[in-house]
Write a protein that binds this ligand. Structure first.
Ligand code: GDP
Ligand code: K
Ligand code: MG
Length: 264
């Protein structure tokens, strides 16, 4: 299997990569950028692990960040391993949602459990699994704690329901549907994911050569939506962000307990 490692910056990606891979490593650069490309053999002969640049969202602000979106579009791989900083759970889940929407198997390595605990956070990983529809494995990548369980999941052929969806509301959902209908088949890429990323203004998606023939129609849908939402240029992007935040708030409310450390 080919496992792609996604996560926010400074979440323990390198630590986890080192835990999961053996000594052999291929290191080069991603095409067109100076970002290091690291590919390692997973211990136990499961296949390879591909490290990707740390990002907060798939919607890239820089060429370096665009590597992650480009990877999703251009590469064959079997599984996404999403490392999540438990102590910054709400912020990290914005990327998780976009990875789930991509429609391939995802597993979460819920890292920095020790830090979360020391801040009085208790996370119920079973509630997270239920809400996200995927495996969530609590780990401390710095010490290797829990990383065995990630290997075990590789044995079980990571299952998700692959149908993760957030309801973006009537207007945006109508726009997504219209775009889905206009999109050509592009390899086996998920059309709903492409539509959402297009509406968010992800340049890597907007500039796909495969969209050349329908791009004007897609832009018209996007502009019409902006107009319906308001005159503000970034309203659509914000509306999508807010819907995700609402979903995250609901997950946090049920999956996380904060104990009041000050009272101790
Ligand atoms: P990256 O930037 O995502 O590649 O993250 P690194 O693996 O470089 O980790 C960033 C920092 O967090 C380093 O100082 C690690 O030692 C530390 N770190 C990684 N995982 C954990 C963990 O589970 N708990 C704690 N307390 N620190 C961690
Ligand atoms: K770092
Ligand atoms: Mg790193």
């Amino acid at each position: 299997m080919e496992v792609a490692l996604f996560g926010n910056p400074n979440t323990g990606k390198t630590s986890l990569f080192n835990e999961l891979t053996g000594s052999y490593e291929y290191v080069g650069n991603w095409t067109g950028v100076t970002v290091e490309k690291k590919v390692g053999q997973l211990k136990g002969n499961y296949g390879i692990l591909i490290d990707l640049p740390g990002i907060y969202t798939l919607n890239p602000l820089s060429k370096d960040e665009a590597v992650a979106s480009r990877f999703l579009l251009e590469n064959q791989f079997s599984t996404i391993l999403n490392i999540v900083d438990a102590s910054q759970l709400a912020r990290n889940l914005h990327l998780t949602i976009q990875l789930l929407e991509f429609g391939k198997p995802v597993m979460i390595g819920l890292n920095m459990i020790d830090v979360a605990k020391s801040r009085g956070m208790r996370i119920d990983d079973r509630v997270m699994m239920e809400r996200l529809g995927i495996q969530v494995v609590p780990i401390v990548a710095r010490t290797g704690k829990g990383c065995q369980a990630i290997h075990k999941q590789f044995d079980m052929n990571i299952h998700n329901d692959l149908n993760f969806q957030i309801d973006y509301g009537e207007l945006i959902e109508a726009g997504i549907s219209k775009i889905e209908q206009l999109l050509p088949d592009i390899r086996s890429l998920n059309k709903r994911w492409l539509a959402i990323q297009f509406l968010e203004g992800n340049d890597v998606i907007c500039n796909m050569p495969e969209l050349d023939t329908c791009k004007q129609a897609l832009l018209d849908i996007s502009r019409q939506l902006e107009h319906q939402l308001s005159d503000d240029k970034y309203r659509l992007k914000q509306a999508i962000y807010r819907k995700r935040q609402q979903f995250i708030d609901a997950v946090m409310k049920d999956a996380v307990q904060f104990s009041n450390l000050e009272k101790r």
